[in-house]
Design a protein around this ligand. Sequence first.
Ligand SMILES: Nc1ncnc2c1ncn2[C@@H]1O[C@H](COP(=O)(O)OP(=O)(O)O)[C@@H](O)[C@H]1O
Ligand SMILES: O=C(O)[C@@H](O)C(=O)COP(=O)(O)O
Length: 424
Amino acid sequence: MRTVLGCIADDFTGATDLAALLARSGLPVSLRIGVPSEDESAADAAAFEVIALKCRTTPVAEAVEEASRAFAWLKRTGAVRFFWKYCSTFDSTAEGNIGPIAEMLMTELGVRQTIYCPAFPENGRSIFMGHLFVGEDLLSESPMKDHPLTPMRDSSLVRLLAPQVGGKVGLANRHVVARGAEALKARLEALADDGVRHVIVDAVCDEDLRAIAATTADFPLVTGGSAVAGQLPRLYIEQGMVLPPSARRSGSPPQGGQIVLSGSCSAMTRRQVAHYGSQSASLRLDPLTLAAEGAGAAEAWLRQQSPDAPKLIFATAEPDDVKRAQEKLGLEKASQLVEQALADLARAAFRRGIRRFVVAGGETSGAVTKALGVTRLEIGPEIAPGVPWTFAEVEGERIALALKSGNFGRETFFEDALNLLEAA
Ligand SMILES: Nc1ncnc2c1ncn2[C@@H]1O[C@H](COP(=O)(O)OP(=O)(O)O)[C@@H](O)[C@H]1O
Ligand SMILES: O=C(O)[C@@H](O)C(=O)COP(=O)(O)O
């Protein structure tokens, strides 16, 4: 099958989010972990191909190089349209990597302009006058201001993007978007004539996203969150670019024990950890203890638990505790210790027969998925908007993984996820 849209996601939860929203169409979606090797055939490519990278906070040159290898592989699938997926809260460092990767893709594709639309109204992310809101709060006043790796202290997407790119940044605001696809097209053309290469596009509801998708369905490159991409499959079907879906069947969920691993410190994950921890065996990881003694005690704790019993291991902590650990260890060391420990514990859990993993946190999911040696994920049922169950093969065994973005899901997400698998 020829791929109609080749997608690159900057983290693993972002990739499963995007794959879930594309899969709502019923069309085939393939999710590959990391850049496929050069000899990996593109012959079995799906209509939608998503490559999950872990490049949200890596140095710019490294991130651009990895994304350009992903792009080169995606071109082999026959794709001529591409989507660059980043977080609905525009998480990036001061230098990137949203802008630099977009510019690399623009150069490769020879396009003079692209759009940026991280809005995800179903999950409370909206953009108005170029300012990103989380629920009713400006991004900079939301819990994202305390993110351990990418604290977001400004809400203006124009101001955030401008230092990341060489070209001019502009805005297509809600008044234009609300007038529909033709008005938006005219605005983008006028901006392009003024030399504006990067356009933030407002969206506060799904109707806005439909207008944006209708305007950009033919663009070689669109960038944004999963919600705008989720509008594309319907348009592609209407335009005859893909056949309507036949019934999609995902295999039965794997049997085996369960574990919840959380390295996210978001406000929502903190509530989810508190809720689930009150009804299951739980163990807190402290970066300072990990630095001094390693993860041996946690591995011993895991060995004492029955594989089938509900259990939670978390490093999730309040912003002040995260700050204290980062002051003592340095930001990178603190997060790396936690990611490594959770990755090692996931391996240990797999060896103990655990086959159902719920993981909270994008970077954390990247570390765990890589440690398990997963290379491809099949998309299963959606647990909460943007969080599907996924299935993979590890050492010949089928496992289930739910990779939860820090901010997604309701308070009962962990039990919701495991219950859904039980019911499947
Ligand atoms: N107690 C802690 N102290 C310092 N850093 C932590 C702590 N707990 C988790 N982290 C780090 O915070 C980062 C959280 O990022 P991530 O997993 O992407 O979550 P989210 O999806 O909420 O953004 C990870 O790198 C993780 O290792
Ligand atoms: O767009 C989103 O919000 C998510 O898909 C996403 O990118 C998740 O990132 P984390 O919050 O770091 O898990």
